[in-house]
Design a binder for this molecule. Structure first.
Ligand SMILES: Nc1ncnc2c1ncn2[C@@H]1O[C@H](COP(=O)(O)OP(=O)(O)OP(=O)(O)O)[C@@H](O)[C@H]1O
Ligand SMILES: [Zn+2]
Length: 914
């Protein structure tokens, strides 16, 4: 085959429209393949132009190149591309209409077929319908090349091993004179060796590009430590796409998620935050999926949030970032997936949002799958070991203190690259270390709690009966014939796994699986040990709600050097501490309320009576650290005003935690500025007061006189459909006895009322019963308290009961409350105004409505001053005005970019005053 360099270059131009080769290595490969005297092995990174390495030689050679490729979608892309270049190419697959299939077979059977490239999956190659055709082509010497794309699939050590690829060795044997070309983007050293062996490549010429790509910046963020991971992701996207630089932004990005649900929710959250994002996963209708992909390709949608089924063969040059919301299943996969960024050579970012919980879950599923296979064949295969080793490499990458590029390069058998600050570790090792330290302290407790599973390979195979294959990485078509059906199967499969996982986790903790209806925490749940069902009938939602109460309380008592994240961590640990100590749902709730109350009673910078917010190990989380991006958190009013927080007498905070506040709202700050009715009245004289949404921090200055010393806290279970009546419960123990001291007597039945709301009042003034007809309780003897809890949940409604010198049994009915508890119209201080403003503004900040945090602070400062200028206003008025101004401001200003944006507000405000 005499083909000169000139001919090759001309063909490159004529058929593909390229003036030059993309790289020296690409040119060398093409020349070697064209020469055709040896087999060729190519390992080049994603986007390096591997396809051309066989497509150009195929065009130049007489005959047909048989291309084995693992995925029909990928094949389709290639075939379409070649057809658009007028290169005769086609594919034979199970989805091909009968008419087209006939035409192809007719061409292949002709004396001089027109086809230059025939794409086929490994399954189809071995199928009875294709075998005779192949034999015929071989016998007539019509095959120019055997091309094995994604050749790593042949290796049991490969991250995408496909048994059908193993059959390619036999295929190869059937066409001895045909040169073979094996290509892959991701082959660690052992996989490279496997490929050569399995395909029986004869002293192949190897072309291996180092994996290092200096334009890619790699980093890892610990997702569980973020106050709001979506906001963080949003900021990352804005930065990567230069959306906040004033320019329109350039390029696009991919967020990879492991599950379909995550794809949906991440895409939804991003869209809410103002970035156009669409999900892409196998659960979508083909039309929707194609639409998502097309819109992304055309730049109409900036971010595609996809499972790994997206991306193979997707060729887009200006992908500025690839974020992994979940771990990839191996470091090789991660390298390949993240490598879709920066194909144009421009700087791009690759980030993993690492989560220990995610890791635990994947680890479980991977090992479970192995255990299932083991059960069937009774031995552990190399593939299984490889799967685990590869996953471990992925995890190690995330939790190491080393250059990310170096880790990747070493994994692929390359030399150490010159990272030069292209990863978070090389850029700032201290930050990476701080994150790791914080991360390990967060997970220590969880680890200690979960004992190691037993059985071969750490599992009890018998326990997993009925599980099917897969753990969220079904990248390839599951065999030709049932490729469609495979998708539905996938979702059932995942459900099964999810249930099994939950059950197993519960069992590991030594509990019986007794709560079938237990709604598990979602991926982003901030709670620690969130899946625990230790406390009967206590829901994740309730725990989330309690956590938000703690956060709010602590938030108002941050120390000067605390970051928002420190406060969140402290809240999370405090919640866990109380959760672990509590034996029933009500005890838990009461313990939370007591803690909230204690925190509230303390001065600024203190966190409760013990200074540690109740958590024995919480001190380790309270140290200031800036490893996470501080700007992602909310801003405390204290950052705006250095004024000292005004102190009121202990217990003079009035808070209502009422039914309408859903945990989601308080948790995610989704509440936009509420309408007037929801925030104006501060007093319980208002009939609707308890129906209004929760505003933690709705503090009221009241006289510190004894008769005004009141605290009313209601926690309701927000996950129940119906509104609870303001129920009455005996909870006097709450005030003075730590929850842990009140052991529920052994064997005592849990009442059906566990999830009812608790009303706790600390009242020295008059109280009124909601159910005046109910009999009074007999006694408040501490020995009976545990029992009382149960009894009185069943027969509540007490009017007033003296249980001791300072304790009263109380009930509360907002409808008959006679006296206002709050003095009318106490003038609001600047600090209080700032609190109000910051609270109302935070949701907007979270949604990225401010270009910078400074701008947000500046606006809050401006607004606080504006609202407190001139005549002294009461809190209600300030709240109402703040709301109105903020509402109006954001009607006019979609995205606040400078101080000039709010100059009109003064006029608006002053005008209204007149
Ligand atoms: N010589 C060349 N000049 C310019 N562009 C080229 C050249 N060769 C290939 N390309 C372009 O580079 C891009 C990436 O090529 P290709 O899809 O073949 O990469 P790949 O290595 O196969 O990636 P993957 O691992 O995802 O399959 C394509 O847009 C292709 O058209
Ligand atoms: Zn580095």
């Amino acid at each position: 085959m005499m083909t000169t360099t000139t001919t090759i270059t001309q063909a490159l131009k004529m058929h593909f429209g390229f003036d030059n080769f993309r790289s020296k290595i690409q040119e060398d490969v093409v020349k070697a393949v064209v020469k055709g005297d040896k087999d060729v092995f190519v390992c080049m990174p994603t986007g390096a132009g591997k396809s051309l390495c066989y497509q150009l030689p195929a065009v130049l050679a007489p005959g047909i190149a048989l291309v084995i490729s693992p995925l029909i979608a990928l094949i389709q892309d290639q075939v379409d591309h070649l057809k658009s270049l007028n290169i005769p190419a086609c594919s034979i697959n199970s989805k091909l209409p009968a008419g087209e299939r006939r035409l192809i077979f007719a061409d292949l059977g002709s004396s001089s077929p027109k086809l230059k490239l025939l794409y086929i999956t490994p399954e189809m190659v071995a199928s009875p319908s294709f075998k005779p055709c192949l034999t015929d082509l071989c016998t007539r010497g019509l095959l120019s090349y055997l091309v094995v794309d994604e050749a790593h699939c042949v290796s049991q050590w490969g991250h995408d091993f496909r048994p059908d690829y193993l059959k390619l060795g036999k295929l190869r044997a059937r066409m001895p004179g045909v040169p073979c070309l094996a290509l892959t983007a991701t082959a660690p050293k052992n996989v490279q060796e496997d490929i050569v062996l399995s395909l029986t490549l004869r002293t192949p010429l190897s072309f291996i590009t180092p994996v290092f790509r200096s334009n890619l910046h790699y980093d890892v963020i610990f997702r569980e430590m973020l106050p709001n991971p979506f906001v963080h992701l949003h900021a990352f996207i804005q930065q990567s796409l230069a959306l906040d630089s004033g320019s329109k932004g350039q390029g696009c990005g991919i967020v990879y998620c492991r599950t379909r649900d995550s794809c949906e929710s991440v895409a939804h959250q991003l869209t809410k935050l103002g970035v156009s994002a669409k999900p892409y996963h196998a659960g979508l209708k083909t039309g929707d999926r194609t639409e998502s992909q097309n819109e992304w390709m055309q730049g109409k949608v900036l971010v595609i949030v996809a499972t790994i089924s997206f991306g193979m063969g997707v060729d887009k040059a200006n992908v500025r970032f690839v974020a992994h919301w979940n771990l990839a299943k191996s470091l090789a996969s991660y390298y390949q997936e993240s490598g879709r960024a920066g194909r144009d050579g421009l700087p791009s970012s690759c980030r993993i949002y690492y989560s220990a919980k995610d890791k635990e879950q994947l680890n479980f599923l991977i090992r479970k799958e192995i255990s299932r296979k083991q059960g069937k064949r009774g031995s552990l295969k190399e593939t299984d070991k490889a799967t685990i080793t590869d996953f471990d490499a992925m995890v190690a990458y995330c939790v190491q203190e080393a250059c990310r590029h170096t880790t990747i390069s070493k994994f692929f058998g390359n030399k150490t690259p010159n990272c030069a600050g292209a990863c978070d570790f090389c850029r700032n090792p201290k930050l990476v270390r701080a994150q790791l330290e914080k991360g390990s302290s967060l997970s220590t407790k969880t680890k200690a709690q979960s004992s190691q599973p037993s059985g071969p390979f750490g599992f009890l195979p018998g326990f997993y009966e009925g599980g099917k294959k897969g753990y969220g990485f079904e990248r390839f078509d599951e065999g030709e014939e049932d490729a469609e059906g495979g998708e539905d199967d996938g979702s059932t499969r995942k459900k099964e796994f999810s249930n099994l996982y939950k059950k197993q986790m519960t069992m590991r903790k030594g509990m019986t699986v007794r709560r079938e209806g237990f709604v598990p925490p979602d991926d982003d749940c901030q709670l620690r040990d969130a899946s625990s069902q230790k406390i009967p009938r206590l829901t994740v939602k309730t725990r989330m709600h309690c956590l938000s109460l703690l956060k709010e309380a602590l938030y108002g008592h941050q120390r000067a050097d605390d970051t928002f994240n420190d406060t969140v961590s402290l809240a999370v640990n405090t919640e866990l501490d109380l959760f672990e100590k509590s034996k029933s749902s009500n005890l838990y709730k009461a313990a939370i309320l007591k803690k909230v109350s204690d925190i509230k009673k303390t001065g600024p910078g203190e966190r409760g009576d013990d200074g540690k917010a109740g958590s024995s190990d919480s001190t380790e989380y309270s140290s200031s650290s800036s490893f996470t991006e501080k700007q992602q958190g909310f801003t405390s009013a204290s950052e705006i005003h250095s004024m000292k927080r005004k102190r009121f007498g202990a217990g003079n905070i009035l808070q209502y935690f009422a039914k309408k506040d859903t945990p989601e709202k308080s948790q995610q700050e989704e509440e936009v500025v509420p309408d007037n009715t929801s925030i104006s009245p501060n007093t319980v004289e208002d009939d609707h007061e308890l129906d209004r949404p929760l505003f933690i921090g709705d503090e009221m200055e009241i006289s510190s006189g004894e008769e005004r010393k009141e605290e009313v806290i209601l926690i309701s279970d927000n996950d129940e459909e119906e509104t609870h009546p303001i129920d009455t419960l005996e909870v006097t123990w709450f005030q003075y006895i730590p929850a842990e001291d009140i052991a529920t007597p052994a064997g005592q039945k849990e009442t059906q009322e566990e999830d009812k709301p608790i009303l706790i009042e600390e009242v020295t003034g008059e109280v009124t019963s909601q159910k005046a007809s109910s009999p009074p309780a007999k006694s408040c003897d501490s020995s009976e308290r545990g029992q009382k809890e149960t009894q009185e949940e069943e027969e509540p409604a007490l009017t007033e009961e003296h249980c001791g010198p300072s304790e009263k049994r109380v009930t509360f009915n907002p409808n008959v409350q006679e006296r206002p508890l709050i003095p009318a119209n106490v003038p609001v201080t600047l600090k209080e105004a700032a609190d109000i403003v910051v609270r109302y503004l935070n949701p907007f900040y979270s949604k990225g409505k401010f270009a910078t945090k400074e701008l947000f602070k500046s606006f809050a400062r401006f607004l606080s001053h504006l609202l407190t200028e001139g005549s002294s206003k009461g809190k209600d008025q300030v709240k109402a005005e703040a709301q109105t101004l903020i509402k109006k401001f954001f009607i006019k200003v979609q995205h606040c970019k400078s101080e000039a944006d709010w100059t009109h507000l003064r006029k608006l405000h002053d005008g209204k005053r007149k």
